[in-house]
Write a protein that binds this ligand. Sequence first.
Ligand code: SF4
Ligand code: SF4
Length: 389
Amino acid sequence: MQQKYASQIHRCFRCGYCEFPADYSSFNCPPYKRFRFETYSTAGRLWLIYAWLKGEVEWSEHLAEVLYTCTTCKNCTEQCPMKFAPDIVDWIVGARSDMVEKGRIPPRVARFFEAVYGYGNPLKLLRSDRAAWANGTKMYAPGDEYLLYVGCLGSYDENGQKMAKSLVDVFNAAGVSFGILGNDEECCGNEVYMLGEMGLFQTLVEKNNQKFKELGVKKIVTVCPHGYNVMKNRYPALGGSFEVYHYTQLLYDLINKNKVKLNRNKAKVTYQDPCFLGRYNKIYDEPRQILRSIPGVELVEMEKNRADAFCCGGGGGNFVMDLLAGGEESPARIRVREAYETGASILAVACPSCLTMFTDAVKTEDLDGKLAVKDISQIVKESLPAKKR
Ligand code: SF4
Ligand code: SF4
């Protein structure tokens, strides 16, 4: 791979700034916070990659697992003071890609790829069930303004499906011209890329781009920030030619244009910035503005927010592989405790991965009935005038 990176990686002097948020108040690299061994910090991971590139350590399943516990949250690129900071996650992805090429990956990662390869989704669920949630939602046809790209979690996961259904209802209430791909939709490939399977990634992107081209798709709106990220930042280089929006951008626009009217919905709400919306794409304001535009909603911030937000732990495929699972220090459990400390009754999210990770964590933390986890699409739907819902 990336012998070329070795000359840069060794400049990491293990200062550890990358483990913190901007105010150094607590650890902010999820695997480091979870395991508290230097090996699992950014620097530990980079030095392991360096040693591996130099032939100083042998491959082992443990070495691979250390690399794969990185949730690709990008806290490190935000905090590292070195010029190479923007490249850190690329180095980790590059090392993973090298392991994939050599066929030396942990079994859970291999199962993730096999599922996407065989079923078009990492959950290993039937392609023919991809649109089972959709209940008559219109299929995309040439001339529709937007393609609603639902994604794997939106299609199959119980919580993701709630998001997809809420969005469909809100878009219908606002008179948006849109349709879905139904069973013809493929995995977006964001996690496949982050896990380093570049061949499979390319195949997925080519299939999706081809489909979009055939249908004349000009604008895509995604349920999930992961899909938004990869379609915005990686599809164009592989022939994609369309505008892409995360649903919060479109919703905010619809609210501003008075196409979505919102009733009073009294609640104290805190908001989790998803890594692939916030740190990756700097979309911090629209989700907050949507919440503020609901009469009766009081938005309170967690101490670590925006570029300092603490990842739910589900990134980099971990919402399926669960390499960080278990224990009080699992990222999702830490984050729901932080959300509860704000006094909010609702933890709002804008990502199906965050929704599932936090829904589970609230149960484990015994916060059921005290802290509800809801996606912004669900909160907006609940705030529509009754006859529009
Ligand atoms: S990655 Fe950057 S911030 Fe982290 S230890 Fe290395 S030099 Fe320091
Ligand atoms: S991307 Fe996130 S999880 Fe990975 S090393 Fe950086 S801070 Fe840690």
